[in-house]
Design a protein around this ligand. Structure first.
Ligand code: GDD
Ligand code: MN
Length: 376
C-alpha cells in the first residue's frame, strides 16, 4: 500500500517548535517596518520559541502581502488580514485570539517599542506570580523620548483619568507595549469594549479582579519609517472607551454616540431654520425643508466619522449610505410624528408626547441605519 507522507519527517524538514510566546503586532501601512521588526525580535529572543502575528487592516501599501512573503521564509511569521475594518484595539484582540501561545505580547510595528525588553518581560511572566508586564515610560528609567511638552501633558492627564477606571495599579496604562498570560487575557475577554486604541486600559478595566502587574521602564523611540495613524480623533475614541467602561453594560456606546450626534443635529436644524425663516424671510415650509436636509446630512457625516469610525463608508459607498440614511430618517420622522400625535390625543402632556416621539425615532433611526446604512 502506498503511504501518503503529509507530515514533515524529523531531521529532513526544519520544523519550528510550538510558540510559547506570541508577539501580536497591529499594523497599518507599515510595509517598510515589517522586515526590520522581525529582524529586531529575532536578535532579541534567541532562546524563546516565539511567533510574530501581524494584524493588518488591508493596508493600501501592501503590508499583508509583504508579511506573507516573509512568512514563506520564516515559519515564526504569521498574518491576520482583516477587510473593511479598522481599529487598533480590536486588531490586538483578534491577534491574541488567533494564536495558541500561552503568553502574548502586544507591540507596535513601527519600532517605537524597545524589543530588547521582551526577554526580560517573558522571564518575569514565567515566574508564575504575575499576570501582566507593562513597558512603562513613567517608572524610573523610562521616558517619552522626544515628545513635545503638549503631547506629554495630554498623555499624563489621560493617564490620571485612566487610573480612576482601573483598580489595577499601572503607572502607564496608555502604553501600547506589554506582555501577559493568555489566562489573564481570557478573564477580561467577556467585558472588553474593543473600541479605540487603548487596549491595555481596556484589558485592565475589564478584569474581574485586579491584575498582578510588573513594570519595566523603556524609552519611546522615534518613528523612522511610515507615519503615525493616530489623528485628532483619538481623543474622541478615548472618550468612547471611558463611556463604554462606565455605562456600556446598560447602553451600547454606539447608541450613545448616535444619540449625541442626533442632539447636535437638532441644534443644527434650529440654527438653519432660524437663519432662513427669521433672518432671510424664507417661507416656513421652505426653511423647514432646507433645515431638515442640512440636519440629516450633518448627522450622516458625523455618524460616519464618529459613531461608525471602524467601518467608515468612503467613495461610492458613501453616496449609497447617504441616500439610505435619508430614507431611514424619513420613516423615523413619520414614526415620531405618529407616536407624539397619538399620545397627545390620549391626554398625554404635550412635552412628554414630543419626547416620546423623539425617543422612538432615535431608536428607529439607530436600528435601521445599522441594518441599511452601515451594514457589515
Ligand atoms: N491593524 C491596525 N489597524 N493597526 C493599526 C491601526 C488600525 O486601524 N491604527 C494603528 N495601527 C498600528 C500602527 O501600524 C502601529 O503599528 C501601531 O498600531 C501604533 O500606531 P501609531 O500610528 O504608530 O501610533 P502612535 O505611535 O502615535 O501611538 C503609540 O503610542 C501610544 C503611547 O502613547 C501606540 O503604541 C499606542 O498604542 C500607545 O498607546
Ligand atoms: Mn507609533
Amino acid at each position: 500500500m502506498v503511504q501518503l507522507n503529509l507530515l514533515p519527517q524529523a531531521g529532513t524538514t526544519k520544523h519550528a517548535l510550538p510558540a510559547q510566546l506570541a508577539i501580536v503586532v497591529p499594523a497599518f501601512n507599515e510595509i517598510d517596518n515589517v522586515p526590520l521588526l522581525i529582524a529586531a525580535v529575532t536578535a532579541a529572543l534567541p532562546n524563546v520559541a516565539w511567533e510574530i502575528m501581524f494584524v493588518d487592516d488591508n493596508s493600501p501599501d501592501g503590508t499583508a502581502a509583504r508579511v506573507r512573503e516573509l512568512a514563506m521564509e520564516n515559519p515564526r511569521v504569521r498574518v491576520v488580514q482583516r477587510y473593511g475594518r479598522r481599529g487598533l484595539a480590536s486588531a490586538c484582540i483578534e491577534g491574541v485570539m488567533a494564536t495558541a501561545a500561552p503568553y502574548v505580547a502586544i507591540m507596535d510595528a513601527d519600532l517605537q517599542h524597545d524589543e530588547r525588553l521582551l526577554g526580560q518581560m517573558f522571564d518575569r511572566l514565567r515566574g508564575g506570580d504575575i499576570d501582566l508586564v507593562v513597558g512603562s515610560r513613567y517608572v524610573e528609567g523610562g521616558s517619552f523620548g522626544d515628545w513635545t511638552r503638549g503631547r506629554t501633558a495630554a498623555s499624563k492627564l489621560a493617564t490620571r483619568m485612566a487610573a480612576t477606571l482601573t483598580r489595577t495599579p499601572i503607572s502607564d496604562p496608555m502604553s501600547g507595549f506589554f506582555m501577559m498570560t493568555r489566562a489573564a487575557f481570557e478573564r477580561s475577554l467577556p467585558r472588553l469594549s474593543s473600541v479605540g486604541f487603548k487596549i491595555l486600559l481596556d484589558i485592565a478595566a475589564s478584569a474581574p479582579a485586579p491584575l498582578r502587574v510588573a513594570e519595566v521602564p523603556y524609552t519611546f523611540r522615534t518613528r523612522q519609517h511610515g507615519e503615525s495613524k493616530l489623528d485628532s480623533l483619538v481623543l474622541w475614541e478615548y472618550f468612547q472607551l471611558i463611556l463604554d467602561k462606565a455605562f456600556g453594560r446598560v447602553i451600547p456606546v454606539r447608541f450613545m454616540s448616535f444619540a449625541m450626534v442626533g442632539g447636535l443635529g437638532l441644534l443644527v436644524h434650529f440654527f438653519v431654520l432660524s437663519i432662513l425663516f427669521i433672518g432671510v424671510g424664507t417661507s416656513f415650509s421652505a426653511a423647514q425643508t432646507v433645515a431638515t436636509i442640512v440636519a440629516i446630512s450633518n448627522n450622516f457625516f458625523l455618524n460616519n466619522l464618529l459613531t461608525y469610525r471602524d467601518q467608515r463608508l468612503r467613495g461610492p459607498a458613501l453616496l449609497r449610505g447617504w441616500v439610505s440614511f435619508y430614507l431611514v430618517c424619513a420613516t423615523g420622522a413619520v414614526a415620531n410624528i405618529g407616536i407624539a400625535d397619538w399620545l397627545f390625543d390620549h391626554q398625554t402632556f404635550w412635552v412628554f408626547s414630543a419626547i416620546a416621539g423623539v425617543l422612538v425615532s432615535v431608536v428607529w433611526n439607530y436600528a435601521m441605519s445599522s441594518i441599511f446604512t452601515w451594514r457589515k
